[in-house]
Ligand binder design. Structure first.
Ligand SMILES: [Zn+2]
Length: 259
């Protein structure tokens, strides 16, 4: 009798665990890390009297405000909320420690005259010299970090050879990062009427260390008069933040419906 009772218990146990397996595991986008590029002693690029670090911070704070107002179920974490220097590896670590579902790094571009518009990067190997140049400039922030050779295993942000490392890069988050990047660029083009230079890949150290879908948004060229004027105006920064917000909203809906 005891044996039968025991068998029934075992059967019940297996039945329960198979029910658990059948239950759909629904994805919820719960935490977003917003990373304003540069800060403190690292101004980023400059142009027409503006600094990248200030524009990036303002767009980041505006984006966070839009998320707060419209997505009550999403927690926002900023890597910085003021003009302070945060090391690149720490920015990624903040996202990893908080089990973020998305990492969005906001920057402003710099380049030779004639280049203008927005572009959103995912982690990967650059496919053009121009993309490599942008990654080199953005990664050079680590040269202002104490002990950077140790922290980044001797990675030299200015040497093209260092970037060979990224040819082996593979990530489970690539598809979703690209999906979000495409939505951001689409919003910039359709709603903000900006010139979108598209979705690109390059070896950005800040994206490399994150373990969730992550993108780096270049919101325009500070070296271009039209882009610089757009980003210098409050309205330009509001529209930029709103464009990113709308893309996130769309991405969230897609991801949560998919499961
Ligand atoms: Zn930057």
């Amino acid at each position: 009798m005891r044996k039968i009772g025991f068998s029934i218990l075992i059967c019940l146990f297996f039945l329960m665990s198979s029910f658990q397996r059948l239950e759909p595991k629904s994805f919820k986008l719960k935490t977003i890390v917003i990373d304003a590029g540069h800060g403190g002693k690292d101004p980023g690029c400059n142009g027409f009297g503006s600094k990248e670090k200030d524009i990036a911070l303002d767009v980041a704070l505006k984006l966070g405000e839009f998320i707060k107002q419209n997505m009550s179920d999403v927690k926002i974490i900023y890597t910085r909320k003021s003009d302070v220097f945060i090391e690149l590896h720490e920015r990624a670590a903040i996202a990893n420690r908080n089990n973020a579902d998305l990492f969005i790094s906001i920057h402003v571009n710099s380049g030779p005259s004639g280049l203008y518009g927005t572009e959103t990067f995912c982690m990967g190997l650059h496919k053009s010299e121009q993309n490599l140049e942008i990654a080199k400039r953005e990664n050079s922030s680590i040269l202002m970090e104490h002990d950077h050779t140790k922290k980044y295993d001797g990675f030299d942000p200015k040497s093209p050879q260092s970037y060979i490392l990224f040819s082996l890069y593979q990530s489970a988050f690539m598809a979703n990062s690209t999906k979000l990047a495409a939505k951001i660029e689409q919003e910039f083009e359709d709603t903000n009427k900006r010139h979108s230079r598209g979705v690109k890949q390059a070896g950005f150290l800040v994206l490399w260390k994150t373990s969730m879908p992550s993108v780096l948004v270049e919101t325009g060229f500070l070296t271009d008069t039209t882009d610089a004027n757009y980003l210098k105006k409050e309205k330009g920064r509001i529209d930029t933040a709103w464009g990113i917000y709308t893309a996130i909203e769309d991405y969230k809906r897609d991801m949560e419906d998919e499961e």
